[in-house]
Design a protein around this ligand. Structure first.
Ligand SMILES: NC(=O)c1ccc[n+]([C@@H]2O[C@H](COP(=O)([O-])OP(=O)(O)OC[C@H]3O[C@@H](n4cnc5c(N)ncnc54)[C@H](O)[C@@H]3O)[C@@H](O)[C@H]2O)c1
Length: 257
């Protein structure tokens, strides 16, 4: 099992759901973790729930804003002197709007958080990782990175884009010691999914849960364990891959929405 003692991990969207679970997983493996979220209170709450809160620090970041991103990454490097792993986890849903219904503002917002955000964060940490000659980045896409209908037009396009971003970063930086990979969760029991009327407890979702192979929601802690594998030395040969954790949803191709 990857031990993260003295490693420095940065998690975005760490005030909720999978990001919160990642902070728990990495600190339980002795990493120092920067708990970044646009909602500072939520980030602080994440830390208050930890067994070893002294390993974590909260910082407000808006991943869509280059200045905010630079400020947060600078703060991490000032505090701990390095960054070993960046988990680009922050993301938003899009209300399932179809292409002719989605407003340009909504499209831009979803692309800004889900795709430009991971790009800006990667762009800010890569110089530090190049200096270290080592580092890892995990981008969170979705089953919507492969198939339609998990969200609306903007969400699906953004999550397909995340996979392309991972592949291009791998091409550009893999030989320089930076491994980049994508996690593609399926339906996961987080506040995002549970607050969404189309996914949580809708008749379609309940019917799908009875049919697809795993027949249950994924837990955020399961995604966090996958991140802990991908970000550590046991995954040293894993570059540019998409790791799907969806209980067989894509394989069985029964997307109900
Ligand atoms: N829950 C699912 O079923 C599911 C499935 C596939 C993929 N995903 C993806 O997994 C990731 C985590 O999702 P989750 O379900 O834990 O969501 P969540 O809503 O529980 O948490 C997302 C966090 O991101 C933060 N955030 C939003 N905009 C931000 C910004 N501009 N800058 C910084 N932080 C910001 C929010 O404040 C929140 O704390 C997202 O990228 C999501 O698209 C989720």
């Amino acid at each position: 099992m990857n031990n993260y003692k003295d490693r420095v991990v940065v998690v975005t969207g760490a005030g909720s759901g999978m990001g919160r679970a990642m902070v728990d997983e990495f600190t339980s493996r002795q990493a120092y973790v920067a708990v970044l979220d646009i909602n500072l209170k939520a980030a602080e709450e994440t830390i208050s729930l930890l067994k070893n809160p002294e390993l974590a620090f909260a910082y407000r970041v808006d991943v869509t804003n280059p200045e905010s991103v630079k400020e947060a990454v600078d703060a991490v490097v000032r505090k701990w002197g390095r960054i070993d792993l960046l988990c680009n986890n922050a993301g938003i849903l899009d209300g399932h709007a179809t292409a002719h219904e989605v407003s340009v503002e909504e499209w831009n917002k979803v692309i800004a958080v889900n795709l430009t955000g991971p790009f800006l964060m990667a762009r800010a940490v890569i110089p530090q990782m190049l200096e270290q000659k080592k580092g890892a980045i995990i981008n969170t896409s979705s089953t919507s990175g492969f198939s339609a209908a998990g969200g609306g037009t903007a969400y699906t396009a953004s999550k397909h884009g995340v996979i392309g971003l991972t592949r291009q970063l791998t091409f550009e930086y893999g030989a320089k010691g930076i491994r980049v990979n994508t996690i593609c969760p399926g339906a996961t029991a987080t506040p995002m999914a549970m607050a969404d009327p189309v996914t949580a407890n809708s008749p379609d979702m309940l019917a799908a849960l009875e049919k697809f192979p795993a027949r249950r929601w994924c837990q955020p802690s399961e995604i966090a364990k996958l991140a802990a594998f991908l970000g550590g030395d046991e995954a040293d040969f894993v570059h540019g891959s998409e790791y799907v954790m969806d209980g067989g949803w894509l394989a069985a191709a029964r997307d109900p929405f």
